[in-house]
Design a binder for this molecule. Sequence first.
Ligand code: HEM
Length: 484
Amino acid sequence: MEWWALLMGSAAVLCWLWFRREKIMAERLQRSGIPRGSTGWPFIGETLDFIACGWSTTPVSFMDKRKAQYGKVFKSHILGTPIIVSTDSEINKVILQNHGNSFVPAYPKTIRELLGENSILQMNGNLQKRIHALIGGFLRSPQFKSQIVKDVEYSAKLTMACWIEKAGSILFQEEIKKMTFEILVKVLMSVGPGKELEILRRDFEEFIKGLICLPIKLPGTRLYKSLKAKERLLKVVERIVEERNFLIEKSDGNGSIKDILDLLLRDMDEPNERRHISSNLICGNIIEMMIPGEETVPTAMTLAVKFLSDSPQVLKQLKEENMELRRQKTNSKEEYSWMDYMSLPFTQNVISETLRLANIINAVWRKTMKDVEIKGYLIPQGWCVLASFTSVHMDEENYENPYDFNPWRWEKIGPVVNNSNFTPFGGGQRLCPGLELSRLEISVFLHHLITTYSWTAEKDDIIYFPTVKMKRKLPVRFTPVTAT
Ligand code: HEM
């Protein structure tokens, strides 16, 4: 027999054996309940397709393709990890609720390295629950609410007045970050505008650049620079903590709680324990709490401006509602309250629709601590699980014409709480404690923007990878308007 015929024959046999093995494996998996799917190429898995879809205008196409092939829950291999992806809202709900502590956060290596093991974003069990409850309780307290309304109003008005002074367009995405960072640092540790805030801003920006990078920790690498920036940040925060500890001791622990730093320091009863926790846990956590708050709120505001610029009908109704509130306040000469901003129905629908379409946190990553069975699927112990929020938010089964910016849809859907098809702030045990604060910041910002200024935004596109942002940082030109 010719050598080539032998080669072809062997290749055909090998192919047949490979396909048969795949078929048997798939059948076995199906019987065991482990979701079907492909782990792609050796080492890289399906990462290239995942990233390519992320760069496109339809990032959800990665999920959609596999959903059509294997169903709403499938197996894949992305960013170096074999993973089970859920695009099913009921399964996502079970993952988020995390009864019996079956799921723990599982971030990629660089994020884990930068966060540190004591970060609230990574910790589990009672300490996470305690810190979560403390922060949530403080951010919902009436004292905090009445103070923060004034702070956000002040920052918003000042920031917009500065934009008018600058001739020409501003890069909205960059400029709005300055305002939201100032508010965040105030909520965390009451640092006001000045040199200290600028140092924190500079080092924090350097720190978060390393969250998505190669996991190589050598001088000159991105990860190394970010870790150095975190060391500098820690020094500043440690000094602030020391000063605050001194003040608390001087006042014998009396006095009202003005920020999250105060809250965490006062929660520690034993003076010795307080000292231990201040250096090891509180400082790190104050920095790490900046991560979920820093990018998210300004991104939501940027996309709200983008969607409104492209939707004149929405803008018109939003303006009418906000002008009415402004007229009431001018006539009554009363100050605005938290409820004034949060109970504007159309404005809240605009915010919900922005959050749905923007998908700022597109998914959460978890790892199973034991075998978990949900809706007939088996997720074996030790596997990573990605609960995809974007897929649920962009699913035609859940939202009619999901790619349209349509705030009116929320009039039919109703309240956004307890809705497992709408999870921009996550849910269950780790539901974002900054949820109401974020909605308030966006409401105050939109109210003063819409009632005081008009604007024109230059054409720009949204990119979704590695995080959601505008390609050209959204250049916008603002002009003051006179109230009618
Ligand atoms: C539009 C704005 C925001 C969005 C979309 C958002 C989204 C989220 C999501 C999805 C989670 C859950 C993560 C998980 O389950 O692993 C989360 C957690 C968290 N967020 Fe937010 N967030 C926003 C604003 C904020 C702000 C302003 C703060 C700070 C005051 C904040 C503080 C936190 C903290 C501390 C956690 C961790 C909670 C825990 O694990 O116990 N977030 N956020």
